[in-house]
Design a protein around this ligand. Sequence first.
Ligand SMILES: [Zn+2]
Ligand SMILES: [Zn+2]
Length: 418
Amino acid sequence: MRVITDIHLHSKYSRACSQDLTIRNLATACTRKGIQLVGTSDFTHPAWRKEIETELEEAGGGVYKLRGDDASPTRFLLSTELSSIYKRGGKTRRVHHLVLLPSLAAVDRLIAQLDARGCNLKADGRPILGIDSEELVKMVLEADPNGLLIPAHAWTPWFAVFGSMSGFDVLSECFGEMTKHIHAIETGLSSNPPMNWRLSQLDSIFLVSNSDAHSLDKLGREANVFEMSTPSYAELHHILVTHDTSRFLETIEFFPEEGKYHADGHRACQFWCEPEETKRRGGACPVCGKPLTIGVLHRVEALADRPSGVRPSGAVPYRSIVPLPELIGEAIGVGPASKKVRAIVETLLQDGRSEFGVLLDEPLTELARVVSEDIVLAIRRMREGAVTVRPGYDGEYGVVSVIGDKAARLKAAQPALL
Ligand SMILES: [Zn+2]
Ligand SMILES: [Zn+2]
């Protein structure tokens, strides 16, 4: 079966995250989105660890289901994000890691190791550890030989393995001897597979995509699609570790320009530009003179050893989406969180459809039976990739548009002061 998987998100115990992020709500939201396998997130947080155990029960193969509920199809795997801040090679490094484990017993072994190192796991669902990335891989594998560590949103400037302000130029600089245990990196919202294909150092590992959701509605804004006999940790582990390209069907991606660190820029001055422009300006904001925050596109170009447009053999396919409420909102001229949009989403989700079904697979003729022509057109244009985007920069999300006027306005909008 085709298993849509989102393994990087957060619980209500992570900083700046919605109180609606409970296990039960996650299960319901996943059904609506069309996600079959989701991360619990935040498994080192004591209160959330307890909630995981109370609300879930084992369903075999290293995944969990809602306790006492045979109707919900959602399967959970045990995941978390750990933030490592440490010195290496004379520089301060800040790297976020996604960690997956196959059992609560393994989770408890990792927690015991972190406790022994004096880590404060209560403060945040995504705790900050003073532990070097290479050592953290060792600890994860010690907790369970089938554990996985995946560098999270690998390109973001401040907290990532390749981050312009925080990271490294090659994976082996970060992970040393343990590099062979890194089977994937998370590309993050601001980069897509073709950008990552420009680095030959990534050819032998997978590029995964997840939502990093801080609220229920952001679930699945990026995801992975695997072929599995049933949603399972064991199969996911096998696919990643053996680099089984036949069973990693595709990733579902943001348009990378929409990510909030795609271009270079300075948010306070509302200035953004392309990498070439940054170089011409000596890296300084033309409004205030402070350094521009170097975005993901710039950083990819700096580390790339291939021109754009190269597709390495064995590369996993991808499709790009715009979140359904955004598409509908634009089509009918209202905000994505408005009541009207919500009502239309409800109509679309009748008859057992999911949001991913509507965005990716459902024939347009079928959708035309239940929603207006404008909405069908918006979905068609998204599927064709006919979108215009004003890139995100320095923590500011990009703006995406699929139709007419707004797209034309965005296209005309040049960066300030060019
Ligand atoms: Zn992170
Ligand atoms: Zn400025």
